[in-house]
Design a protein around this ligand. Sequence first.
Ligand SMILES: C[S@@+](CC[C@H](N)C(=O)[O-])C[C@H]1O[C@@H](n2cnc3c(N)ncnc32)[C@H](O)[C@@H]1O
Length: 354
Amino acid sequence: MEEELKARVQLSKHMFAFAETISLRCAVQLGLPDKIYEHGPLTLAELATKLPIKSINMDRFEQTMRYLVHMNLFTVATTDHDDHHGSTNYEEAKYELTPMSRLLISNNHNKKSLATFVMAQTDPEELFVSGRLVESLGGTKSCWELQYGVPVFEKMENDEKWSKVSDGMNGYTLSMIDAVVDGIKREGLIDQSISTLVDVGGNTGVAAKAILNAFPHLKCTVMDLLDVVENVPKDPQLNFVAGDVLSSIPTGDVLFFKSMFHGFEDDLSVKILSNCKKAMHPTKGRLIVVEMVLDIETMPEFSHARLGLAMQMMFIGGQERTKKGWERLIHKAGFTRYKIVPIAAAESIIVIYP
Ligand SMILES: C[S@@+](CC[C@H](N)C(=O)[O-])C[C@H]1O[C@@H](n2cnc3c(N)ncnc32)[C@H](O)[C@@H]1O
C-alpha cells in the first residue's frame, strides 16, 4: 500500500508538472524578480501595484504566488501575524528573491540573466505543438514539422519570435560559458600553438568573445547564416563571416561548435563533420564541441535538463546524443580520436582530433 501511495504521489507530480513551466513563465512575464530586486521585499498588495497589467484579481495572484513559493522561486518572510499552526499569512508576508529568481533578474541589471531564455523555452506555441509526440514517433518528422510542414527555423525566420529565441540563447550561453572556458583551460585544449578559432553557428559571438578574453592571442572568426550575420551587433574584436555549415566552413586551428550539432540529425551532422575535415589544420587542428552527452555520469543533477532537452529536440527537430550516439557519429564521419570532457554545466566538451 505504501508503495502504491508513493506511486500515486509521483504520478500526480508528473501530471501537474505543466504548472511549474507555466508559473515560471508567468513570473518572468510579470517581471516579478525585477520588481523585488528593485524595491526590496514586497507584500502581495505592494507587488500587485507594480505589475505590467491594468487590473489584478488578488485571489488568483495570491494563488500564483503561493505556487511560486512552493517552487522555491520566492520565499516569504514570516511575520508576527502568522497563525499558530505555522502557516503563512500571505496578506502580511513579504516576498523575497531566492538564488533561483536571482537568475531571472532581467539583463538591465544582470548580464547573465536567464529571463529571456525562460521565455523562449516556455513558448506556448511550442508546448502546443509538442502534443503531436505520439504521431512523431511513427516517422522522422519532428512535432513542429508535422504541424507546420517546415523546420522550426524556417517557420521562425522573419518572425519576431526568432530574435527572442536568439536573445534567450545569448543569455543562456553567457550564463554557462565560464564553465566551458574552465574546461578548455583544464584540458589544455588551447595553447600558444593554436592561433585561430572559428565559432561555427556562433550567432552574436558571445562564446567566441569569452574564449578570446581567456586566450587573447587568438584570432576569432564567428560564422553564421547570412541573415543572422547581417543583423547581429558586431564586436570589433571578432571577424564575422556569413555561410552555411552544410556547404563549407572557414579554416581554423580550432573549430568551435556550441549548441549546433543538436539541431542536425545524424546524416546532416556527418556532412558538417566532413566539412570540418577540410577546414581544420591537419595536425594541430581540433574540434571543440559543446553539447549534451545524455548519459554522462558527472553532474547528475542536470540529468533532468539533459533528458528534457532531448525531448524538446524531438518536438522542434534535431537530436541529443548519448556517449554511444556521439561515438557512432564521430566514427561515421571518419574521425577516430575524441575525448569527452565533463564541465560544470548540463553540457560537456567533446574534443575531436584529426
Ligand atoms: C542554437 S543556436 C547556438 C548559437 C551559439 N552557438 C550559442 O551557443 O549561443 C544555433 C545557431 O546556429 C546557426 N545556424 C543554423 N543553421 C546553420 C547553418 N546551416 N550554417 C551556419 N549556421 C547555422 C543559427 O543561426 C544559430 O545562430
